[in-house]
Write a protein that binds this ligand. Structure first.
Ligand code: FAD
Length: 445
């Protein structure tokens, strides 16, 4: 594709995960790209305390990286997690494989390292310029004029297309809302999250690094993912307000008592527990929906800016990366006519974003309440047995979401159909069994 003129500069607002990857894809198409980020260069600064240090990357995200040759670099420090390790209040932890074959894994990777690798890749391209310390505060959707707050004061810039990749609290979305160009809904959970740390123990991982650890406790839940430095980052999910909530614990004694009661195996592994608890912030969790995702074919939203979801399926970043691949595909199909490509992108992605939003909410209940129950364990064993017996024909929802690029909406439809068939077969089997038992009892009389 030929290089485009200055007039065609595309502005990407937000040099987070989606924004950096998007800049790489657009630059590859020949566009001059301006990437604006409100923060200073993260490669030279320090990480904000207690803000989602690692995340699980799976097939959708890897596919997007693979297409532009970044998979190997990103995966070099990844830690594969082949299943869940369930920690009961008492007794030994139990491993549950994610796949029927037992060898498929999601990958724990450092959010900062991933962002920096993508930023490096974007900044190395001759047609990408990155402007840090540029917080978008104003946007004229029709003229493409943007206003940024910088340490030197307000500055303006224009672009032929402005793409908001500025996360769940998107300023671009806010500007479109103020302009009257879209409607949005924000559904916050009553739950928040706080990060805690399990440092290495004698230089080694204190828990099995090949699993995503879960402490399901009903009203509260904790997970832990391994880091390359052999520590684990734990995330405690708990209501933000009420008698049993983050707000209910303040004194060191109360914090110690809570963890000793509900998470006893964590206490000896987390020497900084009280300090982490007292100083790390409580993050909010919610689902963002808005429509349309574009205005006038010149301003669009992508990633969390268009559709933030709760993190319980580990799919937000994966979904944002998949958005980038789909937008690239739409530009291909529309001969780079943005006015056609942006609505097509929304048409293709919106039902998928809604599907993963719903599956992520449902997975919260599964992780918090169900994973420890014998019924859940049996269901998973049956599912894995069906997957082995009917390879490619019966595939669990988890596998389809995490280990394939089947569109999320299609996953939901397929899983519903699978459950209907399995339910009918199970009902038939029960009826047959009941008939047999009745007949046998009749013969005994
Ligand atoms: P962001 O990563 O939020 O990036 C937005 C960027 O825009 C930031 O750099 C920000 O500084 C910048 N910005 C914001 N406002 C402005 C402005 N006004 N001007 C200029 N720049 C601006 N996803 C997974 O796939 N797997 C997981 O395991 C996972 N775990 C998670 C755990 C937690 C606790 C949370 C909260 C989320 C998790 N996610 C996970 C979701 C994932 O973090 C997001 O979906 C992903 O970061 C979205 O990428 P993004 O680029 O759209 O937004």
């Amino acid at each position: 594709m030929s290089a485009r003129s200055e007039r065609d500069e595309i502005a990407v607002v937000g040099a987070g995960l989606a924004g950096c990857l998007l800049a790489c894809y657009l630059a590859r198409r020949g566009y001059p790209v301006a990437l604006y980020e409100r923060r200073p260069d993260p490669r030279t600064g320090t990480v904000e305390r207690g803000r989602s240090i690692n995340l699980a990357l799976s097939e959708r995200g890897l596919d997007a990286l693979r297409r532009i040759g970044l998979e190997d670099e990103v995966m070099a420090d990844a830690l594969p997690m082949r299943g869940r390790m369930i920690h009961p209040v008492e007794g030994e932890p139990e491993f549950q494989s994610y796949s029927g074959s037992g060898d498929r894994a999601i990958n724990s990777i450092s959010r900062g390292a991933l962002n920096n690798a993508l930023l490096d890749a974007a900044a190395a391209l001759p047609n990408v310029r990155v402007a840090f310390d540029h917080r978008l505060v104003g946007l004229d959707p029709l003229g493409g004029e943007m206003t940024f707050e910088t340490p030197q004061g307000k500055v303006t810039a224009t672009a032929s297309v402005v793409l908001g990749a500025d996360g769940a609290g998107s300023a671009v979305r806010g500007q479109l809302l103020a302009y009257g160009g879209l409607t949005e809904s924000l559904d916050f959970l009553d739950y928040g999250y706080k990060e805690l740390t399990i440092p290495p123990l004698g230089g080694e991982f204190a828990l099995d690094p090949g699993a995503l650890h879960i402490w399901p406790r009903g009203t509260s839940m904790m997970i832990a993912l391994p880091n390359p430095d052999r520590s684990f980052t734990c995330t405690l999910f708990w209501p933000t307000h009420g008698t049993r909530s983050f707000a209910s614990l303040s004194s060191p004694a109360a914090i110690e008592q809570f963890f000793a009661t509900h998470y006893p195996d964590l206490v000896p592994l987390a020497p900084n527990l009280v300090d982490d608890y007292q100083h790390n912030p409580v993050g909010v969790l919610g689902t963002v929906r808005c429509t349309p995702w574009q205005v006038a074919g010149t301003v669009g939203l992508i990633g969390d800016a268009a559709h933030a979801i709760v993190p319980f399926y580990g799919q937000g970043a994966n979904c944002a990366f998949e958005d980038v691949v789909e937008l690239d595909r739409c530009l291909d199909e529309c001969d780079d006519e943005w006015a056609a490509a942006l609505p097509l992108f929304q048409h293709r992605r919106q039902e998928n974003a809604e599907a993963i939003a719903r599956m992520a909410l449902a997975n919260f209940v599964e992780m918090r309440d169900k994973v420890a129950s014998p019924v859940f364990r049996t269901r998973k064993q049956v599912e894995h047995a069906l997957e082995r017996a009917l390879p490619g024909r019966y595939v669990s929802q988890y596998e389809l979401v995490s280990f394939s690029t089947t569109p999320y909406a299609q996953v939901r439809r397929r899983v519903r159909a699978q459950y209907a068939v399995v339910g009918a077969v199970a009902a038939g089997a029960v009826a047959l069994l009941a008939g047999g038992v009745r007949a046998a009892l009749g013969r005994r009389r």
